[in-house]
Design a protein around this ligand. Structure first.
Ligand code: ADP
Ligand code: MG
Length: 697
């Protein structure tokens, strides 16, 4: 590490202790290094100089060189303004200031040549520029012309006159001296092969690009570098784990074959078959599996999980499935039970509400190995729950569980670790998966079972309420069931409750002849389960609920999902909710009810839902709308705190970074080669500065 780059910004000429303090607290800039890594978010094009005769209101901001020939303060009091005439050899134009009049009047000098920068407007029949920026002509600002950096700042900094320009000036002050201290940690061979701009050059050009070409190269280099370091880190974690964690070898497929031959209720989709093969590849390898299984709602992850459980059970071990809620655990249990029964396997459920007496029996059955499959909530993680031998742990809907919980499941076996399969129905864009789960293997079920009719999605405003009620009636008369979902109002559980209960009362008034269920977060879990149960059994026709039903609930007879205040839901959630219908053979519908007034983001979300059923397309739009930091499940991860790369836009660079990192580690896994020492050092530095990393595994 270079001492020079660790110098405090306080010592930069023009900064000083007071401003340095502000830079610390406002922008987390402490050292020269921090300042150099504070990148512009856009650039002003100062490459072209206009002539006054060329100026027109149709142009964006323009710059030209002119002499001030006349300056006048006109009017007084609140109406005072400063008017100056700028002149070059082609013409004249008026410059006008309404603010800071006396200050400008003192600063500007007639007869002096300035670089004028601003937006030309038409005022009556004349052109003028209000509040232009003026700089006396110097060699620096008239040479070839440049792209000028614009830095993000804060109100507090601006109030202390530390604006974008001041930041640029501070950087300019140190950059020449800093350049020799900037080391390149990317191996020379890679720089050469990819024709990357060297690091020091890239740092210079990101701040002071000489042309749009050099800017592009600098950007590419810095984005690549940022993503490359992350991938090296993730892939090292992964290969480190492969070495450290042995997994039990499960290569006996007799039980599996029996299931395929005698019990499989339907033909598996090709995607399901491929994924099972990938998982089996891990389970027989002797290395612990850590695999993420992504599959859109309804893609058939449950049967895949069961089949993998059979692989473990066939090898004499047990399997567990952990779900995020009691309702889901119950559903998985119900779903797996018939399969287990048909194979003569013992299955049980353990949740927070399991009675103590039952627990005792359960613990015993687990410890003796009598019980083959345990389904439950995070109650499975309690220390008392000990398996005779846990071979496979399946974790459903990963974003509901903390990472710490995931690793806790491993420690149930002492020296050989259970294989871990994390299933998620939240499609994650590839770039995000590569970053967020870059240390896991990833399988994707990208195909729905055949015979499904795509869900029809319709958007209605409140004015169509009667029509919607008519539609509900028609569907119920056909024997179908209907969900009506209300948003969770985060700020107020009370308001939630009010919306749902009012919705419920309205339904009761509109449909006195139907049975209607209500489920919300405030209800006791026994009541929730009871109401869900009635709906599942078809005893109620309409289910009014908050988003508690979002994940996994499977009622094939339900054909209509009505989402109230759809504008308040995120895309991922809308898509999850829609996935609750369309599970049977009937045509299903999703109706998005909204206010007439919609923000542009809300409109995009709703239009996206109406346009497509493809979860990955939806996830991509979501990523573009919200940025990675706000996507479900990413909050606790510091990995997404990127300085320059953008996961929504830089997919190609990310893929390249991952491939290059992969190849590098394939030849020198521990980064032992002399040429890789700077990189190794850099990785250690990053590791030390981000505690989060160890949490990811
Ligand atoms: P999810 O991936 O959302 O968990 P499920 O596993 O609940 O999906 O499957 C949804 C429905 O599709 C279930 O009723 C399941 O039995 C059925 N299913 C799964 N795979 C197939 C298949 N290959 N062919 C036909 N139906 C299937
Ligand atoms: Mg499921």
């Amino acid at each position: 590490m270079s001492d020079f780059l660790n110098t405090s910004v306080e010592f930069i000429k023009g900064v000083g202790p007071a401003k340095a303090k502000l830079l610390n607290s406002e922008l987390a800039i402490f050292t020269y290094r921090d300042l150099l890594e504070y990148y512009p978010f856009r650039y002003e094009d100062r490459t072209k100089f206009y002539k006054i005769s060329e100026l027109s209101p149709d142009l964006p901001n323009v710059q030209f060189i002119a002499t001030l020939v006349n300056m006048q303060t006109i009017g007084f009091g609140r109406k005072v303004r400063l008017v100056a005439v700028a002149k070059d050899d082609t013409g004249r134009i008026e410059l006008v200031w309404f603010k800071g009049v006396s200050w400008m009047a003192k600063k500007l000098q007639p007869g002096v040549k300035y670089v004028v920068f601003g937006k030309v407007t038409k005022f009556g029949s004349k052109l003028n520029i209000t509040h232009p920026e003026l700089e006396p002509v110097t060699e620096g600002n008239t040479g070839k012309g440049t792209l000028r950096p614009v830095y993000p700042t804060t109100e507090k900094l601006k109030a202390k006159f530390f604006d974008s320009k001041a930041i640029a000036r501070a950087i300019e002050t140190i950059i020449k001296a800093a350049i020799p201290h900037i080391q390149d940690s990317i191996p020379a061979e890679i720089i050469h092969r990819l024709s990357l701009m060297p690091k020091a050059e890239a740092v210079f050009h990101i701040h002071f690009p000489q042309s749009s070409q050099t800017l592009e190269k600098a950007r590419f280099r810095l984005k690549f570098e940022e993503l490359f370091y992350i991938q090296v880190q993730l892939l090292s974690i992964k290969s480190g784990r492969v070495k450290r964690f042995k997994g039990k070898v499960f290569d006996d497929t007799a039980l599996l074959t029996k299931f395929y031959k005698d019990q499989l209720p339907f033909e598996l989709t090709n995607a399901q078959k491929r994924v099972i093969k990938e998982i089996y590849g891990n389970m027989k390898s002797g290395v612990q599996m850590n695999r993420l299984l992504q599959g859109d709602v309804g893609s058939g992850k449950t049967i895949v999980a069961f089949i993998c459980m059979l692989i473990a059970i066939g090898g004499g071990a047990q399997s567990a499935l952990m779900a995020p809620t009691e309702i889901l655990a119950q559903q998985h249990y119900e779903g797996l039970k018939p399969f287990a029964k048909s194979m003569g396997l013992q299955i049980a459920k353990l949740t927070g509400s399991t009675k103590a007496s039952e627990r005792k029996k359960l613990h015993l059955a687990l410890e003796t190995g009598v019980l083959h499959i345990l389904v439950g909530t995070h109650a499975l993680l309690e220390d008392k729950v000990q398996f005779k031998e846990l071979g496979l742990a399946v974790v459903d809907e990963q974003h509901r569980f903390g990472v710490a919980q995931r690793s806790k499941l491993w420690s149930k076996n002492k020296d050989v670790f259970p294989h871990v399969l994390v299933m998620t129905a939240t499609p994650i864009p590839r770039t995000l998966a590569m970053t967020l789960y870059g240390d896991l293997d990833v399988s994707v079920i990208d195909e729905l079972p055949t015979g499904r009719k795509p869900i029809k999605t319709i958007h209605y405003y409140e004015s169509k309420r009667l029509k919607v009620n008519g539609f509900i009636k028609q569907q119920v008369e056909l024997g179908r069931q209907v969900y009506i979902v209300y948003p969770l109002v985060e700020e107020s559980e009370k308001l939630d409750l009010k919306a749902v209960t009012e919705g419920y009362e309205n339904m009761r008034r509109s449909f006195p002849e139907y049975h209607i269920s209500i489920v919300h977060g405030r209800a006791k879990s026994a009541d929730k389960a009871f109401e869900m149960e009635r709906f599942v059994k078809g005893e109620t026709q309409i289910m009014v609920a908050t988003t508690v039903i979002e994940v996994g609930v499977d009622v094939p007879n339900a054909s209509v999902m009505i989402i109230e205040n759809a504008e308040r839901f995120g895309l991922a959630q809308l898509h999850q909710l829609r996935g609750r219908v369309g599970r049977g053979g009937e045509q299903s519908y999703c109706i998005l009810m909204s206010d007439v007034k919609l923000s542009s983001d809300a409109r995009t979300r709703i239009n996206t839902m109406v346009r497509t059923n493809n979860g990955f397309e939806i996830a991509d739009t979501d990523l573009k709308l919200r940025g990675p930091g706000d996507l479900m499940g990413t909050q606790q991860s510091g990995v997404l705190d990127l300085k320059i790369a953008d996961l929504a836009k830089d997919q190609a660079i990310l893929q390249l970074a991952r491939d290059v990192a992969f190849d590098l580690l394939a030849t020198d896994e521990e980064l032992l080669m002399p040429a890789h020492q700077p990189l190794k050092l850099k990785m250690q530095e990053i590791k030390q500065s981000s505690e989060n990393w160890s949490m990811i595994s």
